[in-house]
Write a protein that binds this ligand. Structure first.
Ligand code: SF4
Length: 378
């Protein structure tokens, strides 16, 4: 999702007459498109901003005799922006603008305003302007049609924004808002544009992609429509929620040769007690049945998943059920995460009961098991 959002931002800026540079040292503005899904992702952004500030300060110092280059404008965009809003300026004074995920259409105008304020002040830091925009509830459609894409063969296409699921550990509904479906026709138009430009691989994107309900059809209908479009040689979608995944999707996958036989289906935890506390809306038995149906209806199809270890209250027995599920399903690959409390989420208020060392142990154990399975299945 963030890869596509970065493309959208770059496309909007190109339309406004800006050009991309290869390195931050040469840039007049640096924009960090951020993720809040785990603490680790946020920590990396704060340290990258610190590194950039330090290196541009050093650059200015070493410009002895010459007119020193001004510090680039620094923007913090995306989920962290929505999460921390104007508090970002206190945490990191080097940041000049903060823009939430639904407000990205405003970035060119914000840059314009900041560059002209700099010009008027003659570069004096006494008149520094800070801007934050985190109020929009949806994005204008045009932002998806700038024509700019990084990859000459692949196109990511957002079909829905936000999520209304409220999994207890997740910050997404708070930073990306409730689920909003893009109009069916607009999605199809964007895919036709991408295919006409030579992008023959299409990936449909949504936080909960198969919850899509458009004005002219649901996810299954959209999948069928896109699979039949001229120029679409490979079609995939991410991320599926088990609760909204139906066998009908598997049937469509098997029916069209250009739909990639690959499903990313996060199960998160193998114990029903933990799944209930996570508010995932399905049981272990339901998930196992879905995985079996997938294996049966999409022969040779790959299956990957996400797993969280150390969720509040996860006992040794709960964890063992996660291990057993991994053994039983034999995923082709898995992304395994140690739980970290996210502000705003329901579980943030709960005691983080599993010690860090125990989270590490559980993480390593599942990782080892998955590596063995993945190697065997190659
Ligand atoms: S489905 Fe759950 S984990 Fe996924 S984005 Fe929505 S709230 Fe977060």
């Amino acid at each position: 999702m963030n890869v596509r959002d970065s493309e959208v931002i770059a496309g909007l800026l190109k339309q406004a007459g800006y050009a991309l540079t290869e390195s931050a040292e040469h840039a007049d503005a640096v924009i960090f498109n951020t993720c809040s899904v785990r603490q680790h992702a946020e920590d990396k952004v704060w340290s990258e901003i610190g590194r950039l500030t330090k290196s541009s300060r050093a650059q200015r110092k070493s410009a002895a005799g010459k007119k020193p280059k001004q510090k680039p404008l620094v923007g913090l965009v995306g989920c962290m922006a929505q999460n921390y809003k104007e508090a970002v300026f206190e945490r990191s004074p080097a940041v000049d603008f903060v823009v939430g995920p639904a407000d990205i259409a405003k970035i060119p105008a914000i840059l314009e305003r900041l560059f002209s304020a700099r010009k008027q002040s003659g570069g004096s830091s006494l008149y520094e302007v800070k801007v934050w925009e985190t109020d929009a509830e949806s994005r204008p459609e045009e932002i998806y049609h700038t024509g700019y894409r990084q990859d000459p063969e692949q196109a990511y296409v957002v079909i829905s924004e936000g999520c209304s699921n409220m999994c207890a550990y997740c910050v997404v509904p708070f930073v990306r808002g409730a689920l909003r479906n893009r109009p069916y026709k607009e999605i199809v138009r964007e895919i036709k544009e991408a295919a006409a430009g030579g992008r023959r691989k299409i990936t449909l994107l949504g936080q909960n992609v198969n919850a899509y309900r458009g004005d002219e059809g649901d996810f299954v209908a959209l999948l069928r429509t896109v699979a039949q479009l001229k120029g679409v040689d490979e079609l995939s979608f991410i991320t599926s929620h088990p609760r909204d995944t139906t066998v009908e999707i598997f049937r469509v996958m098997a029916e069209y040769a250009n739909i990639k036989p690959y499903l990313h289906l996060p199960f998160q935890a193998g114990s029903n007690a933990v799944l209930k506390r996570m508010n995932r809306g399905y049981t272990r038995e339901y998930y196992l049945d879905l995985a079996r149906q997938y294996r049966k209806l999409v022969p040779g199809g790959a299956l990957s998943t996400d797993i969280i270890v150390g969720f509040p209250g996860e006992t040794q027995e709960d964890f063992q059920q996660t291990v057993d599920l991994v053994r039983d399903v034999e995923f082709e690959s898995a992304y395994i995460f140690k739980y970290s409390p996210r502000p705003h989420s329901e579980a943030y208020a709960w005691a983080d009961t599993v010690e860090q060392a125990e989270k590490e142990r559980r993480h390593a154990l599942i990782l080892d098991l998955q590596k063995t399975i993945s190697r065997r299945k190659k």
